[in-house]
Design a protein around this ligand. Structure first.
Ligand code: NAD
Ligand code: TYD
Length: 352
């Protein structure tokens, strides 16, 4: 079986749901259920004995030892992280705790487990660390996209903590021979994304008649990938990736933020013809240290592992919008007091 960490979050829950569409192999899902973790994402698996949910911290060594001894996973996929740049600016400590210290403790416990495995399972074992293109820092307008050998130059507490975790994972391969794989993916979007990130926030705010807050001039560029394409890439890397290697994952889909937001407005107007959502666009104070551009060169994973995304931005964004239209109760359940506090903390001081 697999041990998946952070499987109640956005990408982890999509990964688990997709996994069971093509495999009977069981998954132990270890997730702390922070504000970003939501078991409703996995409600369709509530009666499925192949999904074993455990609430807990990747930094809890005693719990990890128990789970590894009990379930003997053949691989670990580490999604667990604090993942939002703006939150890392307001409060970096949780990012250091989970992304750096948590990953370290997970690696250390897994190393001890792996060392004791018999020859065959030891050789087949994999530790797949899910990371981000943000570790490479910001690109200028005409610079070539990030390859796997691009220098690490993280700029936010979030990306610095993910960069640290990547270095630790590499060090465990280099020093102890732990069979690791690292994936660095571009911005994801799709079902179950917490409405603090750009795309779900804009869909949710538009429908609620709230402002659509654009940081700075809105010309910052991100490279967007539909989440199920990220999931298929992770499956591919797990199966065929070469241990110790890094694979960049992206959709060749760079777009400025303002274009994303205008597209969302236009598509929402198809189901709300009386509305003009673009009137809700509001330019607000920029994010400090805002990275101008990310772009992934995904040729290595295509060349070596024959992986390509299936969705285009046009198909992916339509599916995403439809999902949020069809699942408004999922959104309202999230919009608790702590969500409203976050919105106040992040946006009140930006109003011009
Ligand atoms: P998310 O914030 O939606 O989910 C994170 C999950 O991890 C949550 O379920 C949370 O409860 C859990 N978690 C947090 N701290 C934990 C801890 N100490 N122990 C156990 N579980 C803990 O994040 P996401 O968007 O699904 O991202 C998943 C991974 O993918 C992260 O490592 C992130 O850096 C990486 N990534 C995300 C994107 C993106 O666009 N969202 C792109 C590239 C890479
Ligand atoms: P985000 O979804 O937070 O992802 P990341 O910062 O990890 O790329 O933000 C995507 C882009 O959208 C980023 O350039 C910041 C911008 N943005 C806004 O303009 N307004 C917002 O309210 C948010 C949340 C993000």
């Amino acid at each position: 079986m697999l041990l998946v960490t952070g499987g109640a979050g956005f990408i982890g829950s999509n990964f688990i749901l997709d996994w069971f569409k093509q495999s009977d192999e069981a998954i132990v899902n270890l997730d702390l259920l922070t504000y970003a973790g939501n078991l409703q994402n996995l409600a369709s698996l509530a009666d499925d004995s192949k999904h074993i949910f455990v609430q807990g911290d990747i930094g809890n060594i005693a719990l990890l030892e128990k789970l590894l001894a009990q379930y003997k996973p053949r691989a670990i996929i580490n999604f667990a992280a604090e993942s939002h740049v703006d939150r890392s600016i307001h409060g970096p400590e949780d990012f250091i705790q989970t992304n750096i210290l948590g990953t370290f403790r997970l690696l250390e416990t897994v190393r001890a487990y792996w060392n004791e495995l018999n020859e065959q399972p030891k050789a087949a074992f994999r530790f797949l660390h899910v990371s981000t293109d943000e570790v490479y820092g910001s690109l200028s307008a005409n610079a070539p996209a990030f390859t796997e050998t691009h220098r690490y130059e993280p700029s936010s507490p979030y990306s610095a903590s993910k960069a640290s975790s990547d270095h630790l994972v590499q060090a465990y391969h280099h020093t102890y021979g732990l069979p690791v794989l690292i994936t660095n993916c571009s911005n994801n979007y799709g079902p179950y994304q917490f409405p603090e990130k750009l795309i779900p926030l804009m869909i949710v705010n538009a429908l609620a008649g709230e402002p659509l807050p654009i940081y700075g001039d809105g010309l910052q560029i991100r490279d967007w990938l539909y989440v199920t394409d990220h999931c298929s890439a992770i499956r591919r890397v797990l199966k065929a990736g070469k241990q110790g290697e890094t694979y960049n994952i992206g959709g060749w889909n760079e777009k400025p933020n303002i274009e994303i937001v205008k597209t969302i407005c236009t598509l929402l107007e198809e189901s709300h013809p009386q509305s003009n959502f673009q009137n809700q666009i509001t330019y607000v104070k920029d994010r400090p240290g805002h990275d101008v551009r990310y772009a992934i060169d995904a040729r290595k994973i295509e060349r070596e592992l024959n992986w390509r995304p299936l969705e285009t931005f046009e198909t992916g964004i339509r599916k995403t919008i439809q999902w949020y239209l069809d699942n408004q109760s999922w959104v309202t359940d999230i919009q608790t007091g702590s969500y409203r506090e976050w919105v106040e903390k992040n946006y009140a001081h930006r109003r011009k």
